[in-house]
Design a protein. Structure first.
Ligand code: NDP
Length: 493
């Protein structure tokens, strides 16, 4: 049987060994977009073996050469942008207005950024003993398993793949099952770019079988995972017997704090953009709003007004601002949370239902939804919903807002909105999060580090810090003294 999309193992585009396939469904209308290979552990064995074989030659390749290959890959990606944009939209519902500006152009830009950054990687020289020369060498981790989610499918994969490759690792990559197509296209471009066989291997298939086979494989040296916190914990438990490191970018339940002296229009527009961009399916989106009492009513009025103008519809239409959720189960989850919030006494300020248009009846759509809430321990304020569903709560003081923001098992990001920069900045120091913004939310670029605290994980992605995730510092101590070192002389004399 001929497949539209193939996995990449040892430099060859191929089918799964068992020949099984799985469907990729368009969440906007329920139609099939493609069939992709459904791999099993036996395909993972081949992928890991290929990555191991390629390892020595790749780590010993001059970094400038690796950089050139990444630049070549970036150029190929750019040449295929027009084809990739609708594919990304079709597989997970991100509106074309977004996939054409963010998802797809960010992928080559990330390869280019890392291709330059990685050439500057250095170790340390250490003044530990005048009779010795002490230094660290940066060594690749080895074979790295990359497991990625469906929101921003291509760019989340590239933001792991690029630093892994520039630092000399070989890779087994598994994209999310509902949206693997642009990553499989990337596999074709990897071959075209001339990246040596086995350096990148891409397998597709269910997380519990294929993902876990990667994690449990003794030939894998490190995992870098982005996804749900519960899945992250499962992966860490599987890695624990070998004490294998698991870099993790996990879920978020992010707070936006709006104080009495905030610029109201900016805060309301910022809230609308950050909460509902990509249908709220961003790990960094705010879903808890703590608004000070002096401006509460005015902020809520503006926020609701601005969110009610979001155009929900066919993601292929350039005018659409919000498409469907990534698949129907995501909509079911969102609707469960909406029903739970209503039952718990939260007041619907906007949305809370599906769009009325019959055109959207077959899609996984949920309207932008804003609740007014009174209790921070409500499920709506504690659980990650990953949908356009948020809660707004009135607070009295900035200190109360910070305490409520920190009352969460997550710690990915948060923002403070105020015209008093000193006050706002001091408040951010109290927030237990990996990223804090002042008068901004969801600004994430290649140059800035991204990652959380608490159950949001601890890894850093992007920025110069990402290179730490894919290398070890190997410490080397060279005794330069002509006589034996005094350390042991004291013991043996
Ligand atoms: P999941 O955790 O469900 O899936 C992520 C990846 O893990 C997929 O490739 C999935 O495969 C795989 N997987 C699932 N189960 C296992 C398992 N037992 N062992 C190994 N791999 C497994 O996340 P989603 O794809 O639903 O993405 C949404 C989540 O990702 C949200 O929680 C969001 O907050 C988080 N996220 C965090 C980011 C951050 O930077 N902190 C950025 C983006 C998203 P399959 O698709 O086959 O199930």
């Amino acid at each position: 049987m001929a497949y539209e999309y193939k996995i990449l193992i040892d430099g060859k585009l191929t089918e799964s060994l068992r020949g099984e396939t799985m469907e990729v469904i368009n969440p906007a209308n329920g139609t099939r977009v493609a069939l992709v290979p459904k791999c099993g552990p036996e395909d993972v064995d081949l992928a890991v073996a290929a990555a191991q074989r390629a390892r020595a030659a790749w780590r010993n390749t001059y970094v400038g050469e690796r950089s050139e290959l990444l630049m070549r890959l970036a150029a190929i990606l750019r040449a295929h942008e027009a084809e990739l944009v609708p594919l990304e939209t079709a597989q997970y519902g991100g509106p074309i207005s977004k996939t054409s500006k963010f998802d797809i152009p960010f992928a080559p830009a990330e390869f280019e950024f890392i291709a330059g950054l990685g050439r500057g990687l250095t170790g340390l020289t250490i003044s530990a003993d005048p009779t010795a020369r002490v230094m660290t060498f940066r060594e690749p981790c080895g074979v790295v398993g990359l497991i990625t989610p469906w929101n921003f499918p291509l760019v989340t994969a590239v933001s792991k793949l690029a630093p892994a490759l520039i630092t000399g690792n070989t890779v087994v990559l598994k994209p999310a099952s509902c949206a693997p197509l642009t990553v499989l296209k990337l596999g074709e471009y990897i071959v075209e770019a001339g990246i040596p066989a086995g350096v990148v291997n891409i397998v597709t298939g269910p997380g519990p079988s294929v993902g876990e086979a990667i994690v449990k494989h003794p030939g894998v040296d490190k995992i870098n995972f982005t996804g749900d916190s519960g899945v992250g914990k499962r992966i860490m438990s599987l890695a624990a017997p070998r004490v294998m490191p698991v870099a993790s970018e996990l879920g978020g339940k992010n707070a936006m704090i709006v104080l009495d002296d905030a610029n109201l229009d900016a805060a309301a527009e910022g809230a609308t953009y950050a909460a509902f961009f990509n249908s709220g399916q961003n790990c960094g989106s705010p879903s808890r709003f703590y608004v000070q009492e002096g401006i509460y009513d005015a902020f809520v009025e503006r926020f609701v007004k601005s969110a009610s103008k979001i155009v929900v519809g066919d993601p292929m239409d350039p005018k659409t601002m919000m498409g469907p959720l990534a698949y129907k189960a995501c909509r079911d989850t969102a609707e469960r949370f909406i029903a739970g919030a209503k039952a718990a006494g939260a007041k619907v300020l906007l949305g809370g239902d599906r769009p009325l248009s019959p055109d959207m009846a077959k899609g996984a759509f949920v309207m932008p939804t804003i609740f007014e809430v009174y209790d921070n321990r409500m499920e709506l304020m504690q659980e990650e919903i990953f949908a356009p569903v948020v809660g707004v709560m009135k607070i009295k003081t900035p200190e109360e807002a910070v305490a409520l923001a920190n009352d969460s098992r997550y710690g990915l990001c948060a923002s403070v909105w105020s015209s008093d920069y000193r006050k706002a900045m001091l408040l951010t120091e109290e927030l237990k999060v990996g990223t804090a913004w002042v008068n901004q939310h969801l600004a994430i670029v290649s140059e800035t580090p991204w990652g959380g605290q608490k159950e949001s994980g601890w890894t850093k992605e992007n920025s110069v810090l990402v290179l730490e995730e894919y290398t070890y510092h190997k410490h080397l101590w060279v005794n330069m003294a002509e006589t034996p070192n005094t350390f042991w002389k004291e013991y043996i004399s």
